[in-house]
Design a protein around this ligand. Structure first.
Ligand SMILES: [Fe+2]
Length: 343
């Protein structure tokens, strides 16, 4: 973790603010944390912006409810937009229940404490909040590292494939962006959209196990050669068949050549029997392949490629996903412009 930590406290009464700071600073836990004071919500918002601009982190915000001009709930709502991950604590009397209810319902509030506070409760609550915020940040940093490692792994495997003459990194980004766009357009859950974006580029890793002269053959494949190409699905699955690997990644690798109406390979699944992540990537894979040059074919214009996708609605592709893609297509003339629009 980097950046100095700050706790920002807001109260219109200076004496309360200083007593709050004193309570915290008397506990060694807060030794390395800077406790900043503001006498109004506006001043506190400025303070938050200054701290963030300076590279600081704000694990916890503490605000009084009853203040002139901007009340505590209004301040915490605005602050939430600036620092969504900071845990917010409201100091309030029983008469302010409606403010507490509104903040809880907006998923903004971490805890509320009644005034006058109990010293032990106050220090323990803020300490617990700081610890929880630090743990959340660590988890996010680890997730970020996993994402980078996965992308590095995909890049390495794709480079090993030596299938594409173009820049491997761009191919990976296109499949990731397009798959995420289709998934998002279809209203899939945000977490699943992120995982599809992350793992979609893995779909063809099994091609490392297919002879390069077959993958790069400029003419039609004979049945024996096509049977070998189909094996990339099984080989890919074997490469990532580890219990630590996300099932979303495995499903994409194993099922991205299945067809909605059946008759795809290798498992011969159909309809919703095909995991949705594989149904998404199969559309992105075909659209990307059609619109880009390969050793055996010229690139197809975007409009023609979309017409192919539309024709395959209900045959190769999930009709709902095709509809979602076509309904959310930015007004672009080329595949390159589409990628730029999805950035
Ligand atoms: Fe494939």
């Amino acid at each position: 973790m980097s950046g100095r930590e700050y706790i920002v406290c807001v109260d219109d009464e200076a004496i309360i603010l200083h007593s709050l700071k004193h309570e915290l600073k008397s506990d060694p836990f807060f030794g390395d944390i800077s406790v900043e004071l503001a006498e109004s919500g506006r001043r506190a918002l400025d303070l938050v912006r200054e701290i963030l601009a300076d590279g600081g982190r704000i694990p916890v915000l503490v605000s009084d409810q009853r203040m002139p001009v901007m009340q505590g709930d209004a301040f915490l709502m605005e602050a939430h937009a600036l620092v969504p991950d900071a845990l917010k604590i409201l100091l309030t009397g029983f008469a302010d229940l409606s403010a507490v209810v509104a903040l809880v319902n907006h998923d903004v509030l971490y805890r509320y404490l009644s005034k006058p506070w109990n010293r032990h409760d106050l220090v323990l609550t803020i300490k617990t909040a700081v610890t929880a915020a630090r743990q959340k940040l660590l988890i996010e940093e680890q997730a970020c590292r996993i994402r980078h490692l996965t992308l590095a792994m995909v890049s390495t495997l794709e480079s090993a494939n030596l299938v594409f003459d173009e820049d491997t990194g761009r191919h990976i980004m296109r499949i990731a962006q397009l798959s995420a766009h289709i998934a998002r357009s279809a209203g899939l859950d945000g977490d699943l959209v992120d995982r599809i974006r992350l793992y979609a580029p893995l779909h063809d890793i099994g091609k490392v196990g297919v002879r390069k002269d077959i993958l790069q053959k400029p003419s039609a494949l004979d049945p024996e050669e096509f049977a070998q190409v189909k094996e990339h699905v099984r080989i890919g699955h074997r490469i990532i068949d580890n219990e630590e690997i996300d099932p979303v990644a495995k499903n994409i690798v194993l099922y991205h050549h299945e067809k909605w109406a059946g008759g795809g390979y290798l498992s011969g699944l159909s309809g919703e029997g095909i995991p949705v992540e594989a149904r998404v990537v199969s559309i992105a894979d075909v659209l990307d392949a059609l619109t880009n040059e390969r050793v055996y074919k010229a690139p197809m214009p975007l409009a023609d490629a979309l017409a192919v996708v539309r024709t395959e609605r209900g045959a190769s592709f999930d009709p709902a996903l095709v509809d979602a893609l076509l309904a959310n297509m930015p007004p672009v003339a080329s595949y390159g412009d589409l990628m730029a629009a999805l950035d």
